[in-house]
Each structure stands twice: as C-alpha cells, then as structure tokens.
Design a protein around this ligand. Structure first.
Ligand code: TA6
Length: 295
C-alpha cells in the first residue's frame, strides 16, 4: 500500500478501499469524500446536505492498473485512444498510484496534493518523456481540482489532458446544460464539426461532444433540485458525454440501467489544444465545482 509522504489531518484517514485499493477518506462536518491513490482519483464528493455530486458506477472495477468508472479520472498524457495499440484509453496517470505530498485542513475544508513523476510510471513506452504532475484538491462545500504538469526533460513535450468528471444527476434526460450556446462543437459520434446549437443543451441520446471551453458551464438538475456550476481555467476544451443505452450496455464496468444517473462535463486540453511545454515550464488546468439548491 503506497504510504503517504506527509502527515494527514485528523479528517483524512488512509484506508483499504474497494478491491484493496488504498484510499483516503475525508470526513468533516461540511463534506465527505473518497480519493483512491491510484490515479489520484476522487471517487466521491458529497457536501453536507447534498446528494452525492460525483457519480461512480456500481459496476466499476477497483483493481490495480484498471480504470475506475466514475468520479474524476485524471486523463494524462493523452485523451482517448493512446499513441500505441497497447496504450490504455485516456493515458497512464489514472491507472498509476500517486503519492500524497501535502495535506491540510482549514475552515473551508481539506486540501490535498498528490504527485506523480515519470519514474513512478510502470509503462511509459507510449509516452517516454520526463515530467512531474501534481493534483491539488480543495475539498469542501465546493470542490477545486488543479492539475499542474512540469516538463522536467531537456526537450519540448506535448500532451493532452482532461479532468473527466462524472457529475451525478437525477435523470440526464431532464437536465439542462447552460453555457454552451453560440459555440460550435465537434460531435465525436461521427458528424464531426457542428454549428452552434440552441441553449440550453438537453441530452436525448448518446452524446460525445467537444466544445471550445466557455469557462463556466451550469448543469440544471430539476430532479435533484440543484445547479452544478463548473468553472474552468487553463483549459481550451469542454467535453460533454453520456453513453446512453447501447454504449452503457456495451461497457462491462457500466450498469445497463445507470446511464440516466450521470453527465460527464470534462475540463480538457485535447486535439488541436494539446499543451506543448518547453523544458522546465509548467502548465496548470483547473476546475471548480459549486452546488446550489434550486427551487
Ligand atoms: O470523454 C468521453 C469519452 O472519451 C467517451 O468517448 C468514452 O470513451 C469515455 O470517455 C470513457 O471514459 P472513461 O474515463 O470512463 O474510460
């Protein structure tokens, strides 16, 4: 079990989680959360008085080097299929254990920093570049997640990234997504580049779209009576995804009847917006999630 490289505040407890994966459990009067060290993967975040805000499949694998289906997968250093046939979907960061390198608690909640370097990645053949990545989380009534990547090598390096956030919703067919109007988007289901659609976006089928990052996206959920606001910085793309019926049924780690329970709103730099870092440079991409009750 990877140990934490730093002392933990009383509200953060290391435990053996599902499938034997080491996790940190966060519990304060304001919030509960769970983070798997594998992938620095936040698998649960529930502000006091709210329903869970992050969705995780009841059928997810929890096993070494297996992706966790739900929460906030940290997709790095690529998004989607890898550079080689052997390279897993969405990069190696999400299936590699990270180290806890800082932990503290304030009135606003718990702050955690986890770190990953190239030396700790078992198989870097698909992307053999020196790097240091850190994920800073601020876990309270709101959630802040920041992914900083430093090029520790002697040559420029290019990577793609996403905070692939699975938001829990009451029924995806009834949510309205605001903030994407007037934006052309890439429909990844085949049609390709599309003109702006009307506001708000409603989900009526399998949806897999990349929008030029608008900055703030709001998911209005009439079933759970809340609005989730996603505010991103340092990202040029937003990905919106729901597998709908057929794709959910085709995924072994996704329950056939789970697809109405979630909508992925992902903060990303992908495709033409991949990041190129000069030696020694650092780039940070961050997202903040706020939950407000709605009448
Ligand atoms: O971001 C959308 C997407 O690329 C979909 O095409 C689908 O492959 C999904 O990600 C899978 O994400 P996950 O992180 O759960 O493996």
């Amino acid at each position: 079990m990877p140990t934490t490289a730093t002392a933990l505040p009383p509200s953060v407890t290391p435990e053996v989680g599902r499938g034997g994966l080491p996790v940190l459990r966060v519990a304060t009067p304001a919030v509960t959360a769970e983070l798997a060290l594998q992938g620095a993967h936040l698998t649960a975040w529930t502000p006091a008085g709210q329903e869970r805000v992050l969705w995780t499949s009841q059928h997810s694998a929890f096993a070494p080097r297996q992706p966790i289906r739900g929460g906030i997968p940290v997709c790095f250093p690529w998004f989607g299929p890898g550079p080689t046939a052997e390279a897993g979907l969405h990069g190696f960061a999400r299936t590699t254990p990270w180290r806890v390198t800082a932990a503290s608690e304030t009135l606003d909640g718990v702050q955690l920093t986890l770190t990953l370097t190239d030396a700790e990645v078992a198989d870097r053949a698909a992307w053999p570049h020196p790097f240091t990545a850190s994920l800073q989380l601020s876990i309270g009534q709101s959630l802040g997640v920041a992914l900083a990547v430093t090029n520790t090598g002697p040559a420029p390096v290019t990577y793609a990234q996403a905070l692939h956030t699975y938001l829990a919703v009451g029924d995806v067919r009834q949510v309205q997504v605001h903030g994407l109007a007037d934006l052309p988007y890439l429909d990844r289901l085949g049609p390709g580049a599309q003109p702006p659609a009307s506001e708000p976006l409603r989900i009526g089928g399998e949806t897999d779209r990349i929008y030029p990052q608008p900055g703030t996206i709001q998911v209005a959920d009439p079933v759970l009576g809340r609005m989730i606001t996603v505010t991103s910085t340092g990202s040029a793309d937003a990905v919106v995804w729901n597998p709908w019926v057929a794709k959910a049924a085709a995924m072994a780690d996704f329950g056939d009847a789970e697809w109405p329970e979630l909508l992925c709103v992902e903060t990303a730099n992908v495709l033409d917006h991949a990041i190129t870092l000069e030696p020694g440079a650092t780039a940070t991409m961050a997202a903040r999630y706020d939950v407000t009750p709605t009448p």
